[in-house]
Write a protein that binds this ligand. Structure first.
Ligand code: NAD
Ligand code: TYD
Length: 339
């Protein structure tokens, strides 16, 4: 079996490649990634020279390049992680989100149609459902919840999801979609909440909490997400959408305080800054369908997962320090400078 993993030099795609390597060592993996600011080839350096693995630097929007790759490799399965993934950047510059997340997905699906695949899997997000009010803890996102997006990022992901379903219905593309809640774990780019707070705390820098820090996210350890996608590839029905989440809702401020505690840093580092525009209040996934149909359950609870994650960032400074001292500094100044 040959699996084409797009966006595999990013956070979840990289973890997925390691998951597949461990659980299906007989499969060949091709990683396609254009190495944007969020792609980090050093994530994959231990396996770059392994047999059954190939890295290809390519943009999913490059139709001719993508067709050439399909012609040469004839992947059986395509898992699309390649995306612009950060909400704050989408508020600053929406266009690249539409190009990569929508048109890039279309190019991949056209290649799948042209060359034939057993499965195209689109990695989507719970953010396509918009948000839930804080005072209705009884409400959760199911696969039937209407799409109701808030940011250019989530709008681009929802548009891609609709296109995937259209390709399934119109052309019979054997496609599946998963919509997962917020992930955390090793190799996450330090612009996202948890690694940003860990990196800043370790450097005794202010911890910028948006608004009052009361927004709720439903956190899942990245390996549990990878396991769910692997199950969908094996047993999921073409045309189906699966929500993935572990019922682990937490307020942002509580996460930041926990990170301070684990690292022995003072809460006085916490700095409340201007809120994100259009900031979603609460995400909460109902994962009943994937549990019922595929038997998926998360394995890593938040208290273990966050300790493992903090430990990973402590042990892998050489992975993230070049990021926070490099070009990323300009982004940080733009995003947080006058906030
Ligand atoms: P990431 O930003 O860490 O990684 C994205 C990867 O895609 C990078 O390696 C980047 O170089 C690559 N890429 C970007 N544009 C590309 C292009 N045009 N062509 C080829 N490669 C390109 O993102 P992530 O957090 O790993 O997210 C992966 C997927 O999972 C995304 O589709 C995202 O929407 C979805 N998702 C993320 C989360 C989360 O909490 N991080 C939760 C649910 C769903
Ligand atoms: P993020 O990791 O960007 O994920 P998403 O917006 O996709 O859920 O942010 C998680 C939450 O943390 C979100 O409510 C915004 C908040 N946040 C901060 O308070 N400060 C920060 O510096 C960042 C990056 C996020």
């Amino acid at each position: 079996m040959t699996i084409l993993v797009t966006g595999g030099a990013g956070f979840i795609g990289g973890n997925f490649i390691y998951y597949e390597r461990k659980h299906h060592p007989e499969d060949s993996i091709i990683c396609l990634d254009s190495l944007t600011y969020a792609g980090n080839l050093s994530t994959l350096s231990p396996i770059l020279d392994q047999p059954n693995f190939r890295f290809v630097k390519l943009d999913i929007r490059d139709r001719a390049g993508v067709y050439q790759l399909f012609e040469a490799e004839r992947p059986d399965i395509v898992v699309n992680f390649a995306a612009e993934s950060h909400v704050d950047r989408s508020i600053e510059s929406p266009e690249i989100f539409l190009q990569t997340n929508i048109l890039g997905t279309q190019v991949l699906m056209d290649a799948c149609r042209k060359y034939g695949v057993q499965r195209f899997h689109q990695v989507s997000t719970d953010e396509v459902y918009g948000d839930l009010p804080l005072d209705r803890p009884d409400l959760f996102f199911t696969e039937e919840t209407p799409l109701h997006t808030s940011s250019p990022y989530s709008a681009s992901k929802a548009a891609a999801d609709l296109l995937v379903m259209a390709y399934h219905r119109t052309y019979g593309l054997p496609a599946t979609i998963s919509r997962c809640s917020n992930n955390y774990g090793p190799y996450q780019f330090p612009e996202k909440l948890i690694p940003l707070m860990i990196a800043n705390a370790l450097n005794d820098k202010p911890l910028p909490v948006y608004g009052q820090g009361l927004n709720v996210r439903d956190w899942l350890y990245v390996e549990d997400h990878c396991k769910a996608i692997d199950l969908i590839l094996q047993k999921g029905r073409a045309g189906a959408i699966y929500n993935i989440g572990g019922h682990n809702e937490m307020k942002n401020i509580d996460i930041v305080k926990l990170i301070c505690k684990e690292l022995g840093k003072p809460e006085s580092l916490i700095t409340y800054v201007a809120d994100r525009k259009g900031h979603d209040m609460r995400y909460a996934i109902d994962p009943a369908k994937i549990h019922r149909e595929l038997g998926w359950l998360p394995e890593t609870g938040f208290s273990d997962g966050i300790v493992k994650t903090i430990g990973w960032y402590l042990d892998h400074r050489s992975w993230w320090e070049p990021i926070v001292t490099g070009e990323y500094r300009n982004y940080y100044k733009r995003m947080y400078g006058g906030r």
